[in-house]
Design a protein around this ligand. Structure first.
Ligand code: NAD
Length: 331
């Protein structure tokens, strides 16, 4: 079965989603939608599909069974709630952009409605869908890392937008916290320090200490202050049996077996490898389409709404930690 897909929200990211579906053999891109008429008309003409300026109209006559919600709003997440709830209420599977929502209680409603309707709900936690991350996860599953002791991750990207004070924590770190949870499981306590870089009014750089439920320790550094160009993400997981390092989510992953000087390196292949960051969307959206087509249970969705919500709860605890100076238990 092919998914009949619509894309809601036609900024750069929604257009990227639409391109991925248009090229995917398991999906038919049927329609696009944005409340901005100019964006709707431009995307509809470019993609050769009907365009709608309201979600109600989109859902009325297009026979969709799945949508991407690539809206944005406050903290990149306030506009996701309404179209997601509308699409779920109409019985559609939903792949939403991160953060799942900028408000936890609304994110809970979104996850609850998907579960109640038995629909697949995924979040675009694209960093976990690269071949390098999948290989590293296989090493974890095979016991080649062993009981995990610690994890370090850092991610930085220039984003000069001066909006909510918590923009960087809430909008950048769904990615990094998801990678932490992907390799090491749930996080139960957080301490966070944050700073305002010179000239900035928001908490644009932050460092977090985490404790996982397993007892392992985690550290995260992140910033919206550093220009793009050089590498922007590094992940390290260490256990009793070995340690791996992923450079830039897909470029390279190296396994250092404990007590063995021979390391194993996977390098993104020049032919057939990922060309750039945009390709992470192909893997993530493709995986969602394939899981829905295959009929996986909603609770088995890889990078689910529940995963997106769990990451946001860790970030809410981190914000409380910045405000109070205390270690905060994750709700
Ligand atoms: N996964 C990633 O790696 C990644 C990278 C960058 C951005 N993002 C996320 O992608 C999302 C979109 O980013 P962008 O830069 O394209 O944003 P954008 O603001 O340029 O575009 C969002 C569009 O959604 C439209 N919209 C808002 N509410 C709507 C509604 N109810 N119905 C129809 N249209 C509606 C707006 O008019 C706007 O055109 C954000 O949530 C952001 O966090 C994800």
């Amino acid at each position: 079965m092919k998914q009949k897909v619509g894309v809601i929200g036609l900024g750069p990211i929604g257009n990227l989603h639409a391109d991925v579906y248009a090229a995917h053999p398991g999906a038919d891109l049927v329609a696009v939608c944005d409340v901005d008429r100019g964006r709707t008309e431009a995307a509809a003409a470019r993609l050769g599909v009907p365009g709608f300026c309201s979600v109600t109209e989109l859902l009325a006559g297009t026979g969709l069974n799945m949508v991407s919600v690539a809206t944005g709003g406050e903290e990149y997440g306030s506009d996701h709630y309404e179209p997601t709830m509308q699409a779920l209420a109409a019985g559609l599977h939903v792949l939403g952009e991160k953060p799942i929502c900028n408000e936890i209680d609304r994110a809970e409603e979104m996850v609850a409605l998907a579960a109640q309707r038995g629909l697949c709900y995924g979040i675009d936690l694209n960093h976990r869908f690269t071949p390098a991350a999948r290989l590293a996860r296989r090493w974890v599953d095979e016991g080649r890392i062993g009981p995990v002791l610690f994890m370090n991750i850092s991610m930085w990207i220039k984003n000069p937008r001066e909006s909510s004070p918590w923009f960087q924590l809430k909008a950048l770190h769904p990615h990094t916290v998801d990678i932490m949870r992907y390799f090491c499981g749930d996080i139960d306590a957080v301490h966070c320090f944050a700073m305002k870089a010179p000239g900035r009014t928001i908490w644009s750089t932050a460092q977090f200490n985490m404790r996982f439920k397993s007892g392992a320790l985690g550290h995260l550094s992140g910033s919206y202050d550093i220009e793009r160009g050089h590498p922007m993400e590094r992940t390290e997981v260490a256990g009793l049996n070995g340690r791996f390092v992923i450079e830039d989510m897909f470029r390279e992953v190296t396994l250092y077996p404990a007590g063995n000087p021979e390391k194993t390196v996977y390098t993104n292949p020049l032919f057939g490898g990922m060309r750039d960051f945009g390709d992470t969307f192909i893997n993530r959206l493709g995986r969602f389409v394939e899981q829905v087509n295959y009929g996986v249970k909603p609770e088995d969705i890889d990078g689910s709404g529940a995963d997106g919500l769990a990451a946001q709860k860790v970030l809410a605890a981190a914000i409380e930690s910045v405000q109070t100076g205390k270690v905060v238990a994750v709700a």
